[in-house]
Ligand binder design. Structure first.
Ligand code: ATP
Length: 366
């Protein structure tokens, strides 16, 4: 990809949500969301299907109007502004290129729209700049069917960039691509974000995508933001069980058990809780990530079970262990030589790698 010049465009803007809700009849799609996106940030709305990600994005675009609350872009309250007056560009999963138009004309399309019709010379310069940045300069005369899926997705990005928006809104833009291409486009997009310095708000249900791309992730469920923070902070210190289980591949192992003066105990597991929980008793959950468990002698290990499957992953293996009927996952070294059916012991790598949650509310308590 080439140099960024004209393609950089307008200065990045902030985006702010203040107590925004959206109801469709009886369905609360988004509930009381407040969010501050700084200029130039890459923020991802992450969550399972139906959690309200697209509705949130559509409200920034102006495609949906909030039932309550205010939305600003930069210093401007855009809550009631039509989409065309918001200086944003949107890229969707279905990139919907015009099949009969060349790559050049597809990218140029927004500049030819009646409202903002630009002189030919400026159109040519802008399209060439964008094509240069996206590595499409040699493909401008081709039709969409004559280029690859990844190149088509880049054309869709180019069509957004050519408008030099102050905010990019991206709704699952990579999910139509095959796995390998998705990973490649993911790093291209990250690179593009760094080079453009643009504000980007990205929607995905893919936690891997969210973790690699984002400065900040908003994990959503049921129309609410469960937790907002940097990928690493969310991964290491999930605020609740939903976030703990949603992030990670596989997600965090969660054990529900009782805490008393003797420690934490559940079927097949016994752990010493941290001093901060000394005064607490009753039902709690202990959470341990698969990479924070290591094999230990079965007779004395904190966690004991029977190996179900061992998946070879190249550098290490993914062990699935049956612990009193619960499946527990752990990344183990290849030389651990564990086979299905073996009695296996596991221990946390360090006490501070265990996270603690209230069993009733799911909220983190350590
Ligand atoms: P997905 O990943 O499946 O696209 P999402 O997280 O983007 O999901 P939304 O599309 O924002 O979720 O939908 C949130 C909720 O609002 C869902 O329950 C959905 O069925 C509902 N919803 C969305 N749009 C409408 C609409 N136009 N009319 C009625 N209900 C809607």
């Amino acid at each position: 990809m080439g140099e960024v010049s004209e393609a950089r465009g307008n200065p990045a803007r902030s985006v702010a949500f203040e107590g925004v809700s959206k109801r469709f009849g009886g369905v609360a799609a988004v509930e009381n969301v407040s969010l501050d996106v700084r200029p130039g940030q890459f923020v991802t709305l992450l969550g399972p299907s139906g959690c309200g990600k697209s509705t949130t994005l559509n409200m920034i675009a102006g495609l949906e109007l909030p039932t309550e609350g205010r939305i600003s872009i930069g210093d401007v309250d855009v809550t009631d502004l039509p989409p065309a007056d918001r200086d944003i560009a949107m890229v969707f999963q279905s990139y919907a290129l015009y099949p009969h138009l060349s790559v050049f004309e597809n990218i140029a399309f927004p500049l030819r729209a009646r409202r903002r019709r630009a002189p030919d010379e400026i159109v040519r310069r802008k399209v060439r700049d964008v094509a240069e940045v996206l590595g499409l300069a040699g493909l401008l005369d081709r039709l969409p069917r004559q280029i690859s899926g990844g190149q088509r997705q880049r054309v869709a990005l180019g069509r957004a960039m050519v408008r030099t928006p102050t905010v990019y809104l991206l709704d699952e833009p990579l999910s139509n691509l095959d796995q390998q291409l998705r990973v490649q486009m993911r790093s291209e997009l990250k690179d593009l974000h760094l080079r453009l310095g643009a504000t980007m708000i990205y929607v995905t249900h893919d936690q891997g995508e969210a973790m690699t791309l984002s400065d900040t992730i908003a994990v959503m469920s049921g129309g609410r933001i469960e937790q907002l923070g940097a990928p690493r902070a969310l991964y290491e210190r999930p605020a609740n069980l939903f976030v703990a289980r949603f992030l990670g591949e596989p997600g965090m192992n969660v054990f529900e058990g009782t805490l008393d003066a003797g420690g934490f105990a559940a079927a097949g597991i016994a752990l010493a809780p941290p001093p901060s929980l000394a005064a607490r008793s009753g039902m709690v959950c202990a959470g341990i990530r698969p990479e924070d468990l290591v094999p230990a002698p079965a007779s004395t290990a904190a966690i004991r079970g029977r190996a179900r499957t061992v998946e070879f992953l190249g550098a290490r293996a993914l062990l699935r262990l049956d612990v009193a009927g619960q499946v527990v996952t752990a990344f183990v070294p290849l030389d651990a030589a564990i086979a299905p059916g073996d009695e296996v012991g596991l221990a946390p790598t360090a006490p501070q790698r265990v996270r603690w949650f209230d069993a009733a509310s799911g909220a983190a308590i350590d």
